[in-house]
Design a protein around this ligand. Structure first.
Ligand code: ADP
Ligand code: MG
Length: 273
């Protein structure tokens, strides 16, 4: 018979890297977290720049509150947050984030740099992170109010994941989906998405409406009574179950039909004389 194994506590870095891999499975997951942080920081303008589907380079620039200089040493540690102080706060939390895990996770599986300036600070500060910790000194530099986060070489130390994500094009399409979704629902925020050195793929204005954004992004969305949606089918709510699915499809069909028919009745036909 084999002898029982010896139980040992895992090294903190190993635990955190495993946890990071669960939170961030592809560049679009990292971007989702970063966009939510910018929105939580009351940004009204968010610019995203991507290289190689976000695997090589993913940068997000916002004009939000910025991060305090004296918080830059702990901002990437696990479970550090400015959004929640005690358990009871959860009942009234109105931010996307509260667990303080996102930046930490990303810093365990990439090279992460933060450039940030608060309105009260005279200059911006730049800091690089590795495994939740500051890497080198914080440097004073020029910069606008807000925060710019750069994520380079995502999954450089998670080789299996890196191998499974081969297509930059596919990763970019997931990124487009994420940006499109947040852009529609946050019509008071201007979103820009582009590949490094190329033209913009998504651009919404601070002043645009939800309907205008839908038109720009060529997406579609549905407003449903929450009682008719079962959200408990997927842990990240990536998928939800519609109750009355057939009726919903019928309704969409009849809406489109009515729209198309009304176009038809007002079409101007030119005839040759
Ligand atoms: P959480 O969002 O759950 O608090 P994160 O790891 O995503 O945890 O972020 C940690 C903290 O870093 C946030 O609570 C916030 O104070 C700060 N932060 C992160 N991104 C930004 C940003 N773009 N602008 C201002 N503060 C930010
Ligand atoms: Mg967050």
């Amino acid at each position: 018979m084999a002898e029982p194994g010896i139980i040992r506590k895992l090294d903190e870095n190993v635990v955190n890297r495993i946890a990071a891999g669960e939170i961030v499975q592809r560049p679009a997951n990292a971007l989702k977290e970063l966009i939510e942080n910018s929105l939580d920081a009351n940004a009204t303008n968010i610019i995203i720049t991507v290289k190689a589907g976000g695997l090589k380079y993913l940068q997000i620039q916002d004009n939000g509150t910025g991060i305090r200089h004296d918080n830059l040493d702990i901002v990437c540690e696990r479970f550090t947050t400015s959004k929640l102080q005690q358990y009871e706060d959860l009942q009234e939390i109105s931010t996307y984030g509260f667990r303080g895990e996102a930046l930490a996770s990303i810093s365990y599986i990439s090279h992460l740099t933060i450039l940030t300036k608060t309105a009260a600070d005279k200059c911006a500060y730049k800091a690089s992170y590795e495994n939740g910790k500051l890497k080198g000194p914080i440097k004073a530099c020029a910069g606008n109010n807000g925060t710019q986060i750069t994520v380079e070489d995502l999954f450089y130390n998670v080789l299996a994941r890196k191998k499974s994500l081969r297509s930059a094009t596919e990763e970019y399409s997931h990124i487009m989906e994420v940006v499109g979704g947040y852009a529609i629902h946050n019509s008071h925020v201007g979103f820009t998405l582009k590949k490094f050195g190329e033209n913009t793929d998504i651009k919404t204005s601070i002043k645009s409406t939800v309907v205008e954004n839908i038109r720009i992004l060529k997406l579609f969305f549905l407003k449903l009574d929450p009682r008719n949606v079962d959200v408990n089918v997927h842990p990240t709510k990536h998928e939800v179950q519609f109750l009355y699915e057939e009726q919903i499809i019928d309704k969409i069909k009849s809406c489109i039909e009515a729209k198309l028919l009304s176009c038809n009745s007002s079409r101007v036909m030119y005839t040759q004389a």
